[in-house]
Design a protein around this ligand. Structure first.
Ligand code: NDP
Length: 258
């Protein structure tokens, strides 16, 4: 029997030293059909926060550790160079913009510096990362030599949040978190624009809400384990096509309103 194809041949995940990012890398490399390369990126590879990722990389050869701070253009550009070298002429099929920061700031407590910092990480970061990796994504799309859109061909996945939905957030939150909600609403807009702009280049772009997940950000109060959320996300990614570019889905594949 022929082996099933991997979700994507070459994948990059931002913020992969803990939480959802780390679990994405783990499940990708532990799958029966792992990608050829999983570029597991984080901003501090050698510090204590990179330890779990270092251990994973020591165990699984497809894991390639790359330093990437999404808000530093120099760091993103250096990461592109390194990934390009390791890909050795091949393209990058799947880019997962997972890195993000939370903020509980309300209307009363929001401060300029904090608001701008959340926006920089959650919105400017993903745009910058896509902009710099675009040539490698385009290369993957061309290489695929087939019609349609999919994660195995070339795709950008933006990890968003339900609280970034203008329709849903008022029903979910008692006290709106101004900076965080607005940053994820902006990321949703970015997803929509990128999907439209890049579809003719053969690149899919979709926003995914991971659920409320037990991580440092989601806290222990969250109902979903990180294993369960990521399993769902990877199933959803495998199902994406031209019909689901430019949409907002949750970890179970349910469509969410903008
Ligand atoms: P965590 O707080 O557990 O992890 C966040 C990750 O992002 C860390 O690896 C962190 O790295 C990284 N990061 C932060 N800033 C940067 C940066 N400038 N450059 C590179 N990496 C960075 O969060 P989760 O795993 O829970 O969240 C992952 C994504 O899912 C986020 O985008 C979040 O908004 C979204 N999400 C999460 C939900 C939840 O319930 N957990 C719900 C809805 C959405 P470092 O260790 O260096 O800080």
């Amino acid at each position: 029997m022929a082996a099933m194809a991997p979700l994507a041949r070459n994948v990059l995940v931002t913020g992969s030293n803990r939480g959802i990012g780390l679990e994405l890398v783990r499940q990708l490399v532990e799958s029966p059909n792992p990608p050829e390369h999983v570029f597991a990126t984080c901003r501090d590879l050698d510090g204590p926060r990179g330890k779990a990722l270092q251990e994973l990389a020591a165990k699984y050869s497809p894991v390639r550790l790359v330093q990437l701070d999404a808000v530093s253009l120099a760091s993103v550009q250096a990461a592109v160079k390194e990934v390009e070298t390791q890909l050795n002429g091949k393209g990058l099929n799947l880019l997962i913009n997972n890195a993000g920061v939370n903020s509980q700031a309300t209307l009363q407590s929001a401060q300029q510096e904090e608001m701008l910092s959340v926006f920089t990480t959650n919105v400017v970061g993903p745009i910058q990362v896509v902009k710099e990796f675009l040539p490698l994504l385009k290369k993957a799309a061309l290489e695929a030599g087939k019609d349609g859109l999919s994660c195995s061909k070339a795709a950008i996945i933006n990890i968003s949040s339900k609280v970034g939905s203008i329709e849903l957030c008022v029903k979910i939150l008692k006290a709106p978190m101004y900076s965080y909600c607005a940053s994820k609403a902006a990321l949703n807009m970015v997803t929509r624009c990128m999907a439209e702009e890049l579809k003719d280049a053969g690149i899919l772009c979709t926003a995914i809400h991971p659920g409320w997940v037990k991580t440092d950000m989601g806290t222990e109060k969250a109902p979903l384990t990180v294993e369960c959320s990521v399993q769902g996300i990877l199933n959803v990614l495998a199902s994406l096509s031209q019909a689901t570019t430019g949409v907002f889905l949750d970890w179970e594949g349910k469509s969410l309103p903008w």
